[in-house]
Design a protein around this ligand. Structure first.
Ligand code: OXD
Ligand code: MN
Length: 588
C-alpha cells in the first residue's frame, strides 16, 4: 500500500507488540467494506437491520461497561506535567507507553490487524491532516469509514511525509479497570485500550481532531474547537456562517441542522449544516476566521432525536448508518429510542439485548448515550461549502451550556478578550456522553475541558493571541443558554428551530442592524429585537429569559474565583483583568 518509511516502521513496531494473525489495509473500497460488514454480522459484532426500511443500516451493542467516554481514564502524556496543565490527567510518556504496550501485548493474537489510513478534512487540502489508525475491531473500521475519509487516496496523499498521527486501538478484554486513552502530542501518537465505545476508539475524532489538533493548532496559529458550524441563508440569498461550542449532548447536532420556524421558512430563510461537533479554524487570506469541519460523518446522540426535534438528523440516520446501543424492534427489525415517538415497540430487545416491552417497562430501552453514526452526505441540509477545502468565513462565535439559572438566553460580549473570558467560564450540567453523574454543574471552558490536549491556561492565552492576530476582522463572540427554567422547573425557551430567532439577533448585531442594552455581563437584546411572532413565548417570559439576576451573578463570581485558582500562574493576565472588570461592573 505504501513505501513510506515512517509508516512501515511504526506498523512493524505495533505488529511486534500486538502479535496479530494477519494484517489488512483498509483501501476505502465499497467491496472491502461490504465484506467486513458481512464478517462482522457473522461474528456478532453488528446486526443487519431491515434493509427495506433502513437500507445499509446496522446495530451494535457494546459491553454495558463501555458506553461513554471515560474522562477519568483519558491522559495527556507530555514530558512535563505542566505541559498537560491543571485540568488534564497526566502521565509521563515513558510510563504510559510501557503500561499501554504492556496491556496491548499479544492482544491481537488470532485476530486481524486493520490499518486505516484516514484524513481529517478534504485530502490534499492544506487545511487537512492525516492519521493512521490500527484496530482489531471491524466495528471501529466501519465507523471510521463513515466518520472520516479513508483509504488508498489518503496514503497516496501522505507520500513519504512523516507528518501524520499514529493511533493504536486494542479492544483487549473491554476491562474497565484497564481502560485507558492516552495521547502523546509531542510524538503525534494516540493509544486506546480496553474500549470499543466510539468516543474512545474513533481516534480521528476527539483524540486527534481535538486533543492532538489543539496542541498542533497552538504551535501553528489556528484553533481546533468543539464547535458546530452552520450557515444561515437570509431571504436575499446571502449566507452567513457561525460556529458554536456547547458541551457534549447539549444539542449541537440539533442546532447544526435546525429547521426554521414556519414564519422564517415563508420569508425564505434556510439553514445549511457544515458540521455538528468539530471545527478547525484558521485565519484566511482575507484576514477573517475560516472554518472547516474535519469530519465526514455524524456521531449523534439518538435519544431525543425525533421528527419534531430534528427531522434532518432522522433522515440522515435512515440509511447507511450504524446504530449503537438503541432498542431493536423485533417485529420489523428496526430501531427505537426514547423520544423518537410515543409508540415504543412491545416486542423488542433493549440496548443490552434483553427482552423489552416499551409499553410496560419502567427501564429505558436505549442507553441515554446511544448513538447513530451516519455519513454527512445523507444530511438533507448539508451546505455545499462542506466540500470547500478553504472552509467558510465565520461571522460569529457562540458559547453556551446547559444552565437552569443565572445565564440569560443570549448576550453579546464587549470584545474579543471579554468573549474569551466568557468562554473560559462556561459551566454546564453534565450529561451521559461521559461516564459519571449526570446533571452536576461542571466547569467546561469553551466546551473543551475534556478535549484540550495541552495546558488549558496556555490554551486561553492562545485564544487571546488569535484575537490579536485577527484584529478588527475578529468575529463577535456571544453566549447563549437554551435551558433556563422557570420556578416550576419547565424550560422557558422552546429551543430547537426556534433558536433561529436568537441567531437572527446575533447576526443583526454583527451587521450593526440593532442596538442592545448594556449590562454588567455584556449586551442583551432589547425586547422588541427578538422576533417572538408565532413562537408561543410571551414578552414577559422573554424579559425573564434575558434578566440578569445580580445575586446569582455574585455567586457565579465566587465560583469563577475558585475555578480560576486551579490555573495558578498559568492563567493569562488578560483573563484575570476581565474577571476583575466583571466584578467591578457587578458592584456598581
Ligand atoms: C461527542 C461528545 O460524542 O462530545 O461528540 O462526547
Ligand atoms: Mn462532541
Amino acid at each position: 500500500m505504501t513505501k513510506n518509511k515512517s509508516v512501515l516502521e511504526w506498523i512493524q513496531k505495533i505488529k511486534n507488540i500486538v502479535n496479530p494473525k494477519n494484517m489488512v489495509w483498509i483501501d476505502g473500497s465499497e467491496e472491502q467494506l461490504e465484506n467486513l460488514r458481512k464478517q462482522a454480522c457473522m461474528n456478532g459484532e453488528i446486526i443487519k437491520l431491515n434493509q427495506e426500511k433502513l437500507p445499509g443500516c446496522y446495530l451494535r451493542r457494546t459491553n454495558p461497561n463501555d458506553v461513554a467516554r471515560t474522562e477519568s481514564r483519558t491522559f495527556i502524556c507530555t514530558k512535563t506535567k505542566e505541559a498537560a496543565g491543571p485540568t488534564n490527567n497526566w502521565w509521563d510518556p515513558e510510563f504510559a507507553y510501557n503500561k499501554l504496550y504492556g496491556i496491548a501485548k499479544d492482544s491481537y493474537k488470532g485476530k486481524t490487524m486493520y490499518i486505516i489510513p484516514y484524513s481529517m478534512g478534504i485530502p490534499n487540502s492544506p487545511f487537512s491532516k492525516i492519521g493512521i489508525e490500527i484496530t482489531d475491531s471491524i466495528y471501529t473500521v466501519l465507523n471510521m469509514a463513515i466518520m472520516t475519509r479513508v483509504g488508498k487516496d489518503i496514503i497516496d496523499a501522505l507520500s513519504d511525509s512523516n507528518n501524520w498521527v499514529r493511533g493504536l486501538h486494542a479492544s483487549c478484554n473491554i476491562d474497565e479497570e484497564n481502560r485507558y486513552v492516552c495521547h502523546f502530542p509531542e510524538d503525534n501518537t494516540i493509544i486506546s485500550v480496553n474500549s470499543c465505545y466510539g468516543g474512545n476508539v474513533l481516534l480521528g475524532k476527539k483524540c486527534f481532531a481535538l486533543r492532538i489538533a489543539s496542541y498542533q493548532a497552538e504551535k501553528e496559529n489556528w484553533l481546533a474547537e468543539h464547535m458546530l458550524i452552520l450557515g444561515v441563508q437570509n431571504p436575499k440569498g446571502e449566507i452567513k456562517y457561525i460556529c458554536a461550542a456547547f458541551p457534549s449532548a447539549c444539542g449541537k447536532t440539533n442546532l447544526a441542522m435546525l429547521i426554521p420556524p414556519e414564519i422564517y421558512k415563508k420569508k425564505g430563510y434556510k439553514i445549511w449544516c457544515i458540521g455538528d461537533d468539530i471545527a478547525w479554524l484558521r485565519i484566511g487570506k482575507d484576514g477573517r476566521l475560516w472554518a472547516i469541519n474535519p469530519e465526514n460523518g455524524f456521531f449523534g446522540v439518538a435519544p431525543g432525536t425525533s421528527k419534531k426535534s430534528n427531522p434532518n438528523a432522522l433522515q440522515t440516520a435512515s440509511s447507511n448508518t450504524i446504530f449503537t446501543n438503541v432498542v431493536q424492534n423485533l417485529d420489523d427489525n428496526t430501531v427505537w429510542w426514547e423520544g423518537l415517538d410515543n409508540n415504543p415497540p412491545e416486542n423488542a430487545l433493549d440496548w443490552k439485548g434483553n427482552p423489552w416491552n416499551g409499553k410496560i417497562s419502567n427501564e429505558k430501552g436505549a442507553h441515554p448515550n446511544s448513538r447513530f453514526t451516519s455519513p454527512t452526505k445523507n444530511c438533507p441540509c448539508l451546505g455545499k461549502e462542506f466540500e470547500n477545502p478553504e472552509g467558510v468565513p465565520i461571522s460569529a462565535i457562540i458559547f453556551g451550556g446547559r444552565r437552569q439559572h443565572t445565564i440569560p438566553l443570549v448576550y453579546e460580549t464587549f470584545d474579543w478578550n471579554h468573549g474569551v473570558f466568557t468562554g473560559s467560564i462556561i459551566s454546564s450540567e453534565s450529561t451521559a456522553a461521559s461516564t459519571g453523574k449526570v446533571g452536576v454543574l461542571t466547569h467546561n471552558p469553551m466546551a473543551m475541558m475534556p478535549f484540550c490536549g495541552y495546558n488549558m491556561g496556555k490554551y486561553f492565552a492562545h485564544w487571546i493571541k488569535m484575537g490579536e492576530l485577527l484584529g478588527n476582522k475578529a468575529p463577535k463572540i456571544f453566549n447563549v443558554n437554551w435551558f433556563k427554567t422557570d420556578k416550576n422547573g419547565n424550560f422557558m425557551w422552546p429551543g430547537f428551530g426556534e433558536n433561529l430567532r436568537v441567531i437572527e439577533w446575533i447576526l443583526n448585531r454583527c451587521e450593526g442592524k440593532v442596538s442592545a442594552k448594556e449590562t454588567p455581563i455584556g449586551f442583551v437584546p432589547l425586547l422588541e429585537d427578538i422576533n417572538l411572532q408565532e413562537s408561543g413565548v410571551s414578552k414577559e417570559t422573554l424579559k425573564d429569559l434575558l434578566e440578569i439576576d445580580m445575586k446569582l451573578w455574585h455567586q457565579e463570581t465566587e465560583d469563577i474565583e475558585n475555578f480560576y485558582k486551579k490555573f495558578d500562574n498559568c492563567l493569562p493576565k488578560q483573563l484575570q483583568h476581565e474577571f476583575d472588570k466583571l466584578k467591578k461592573r457587578l458592584k456598581k
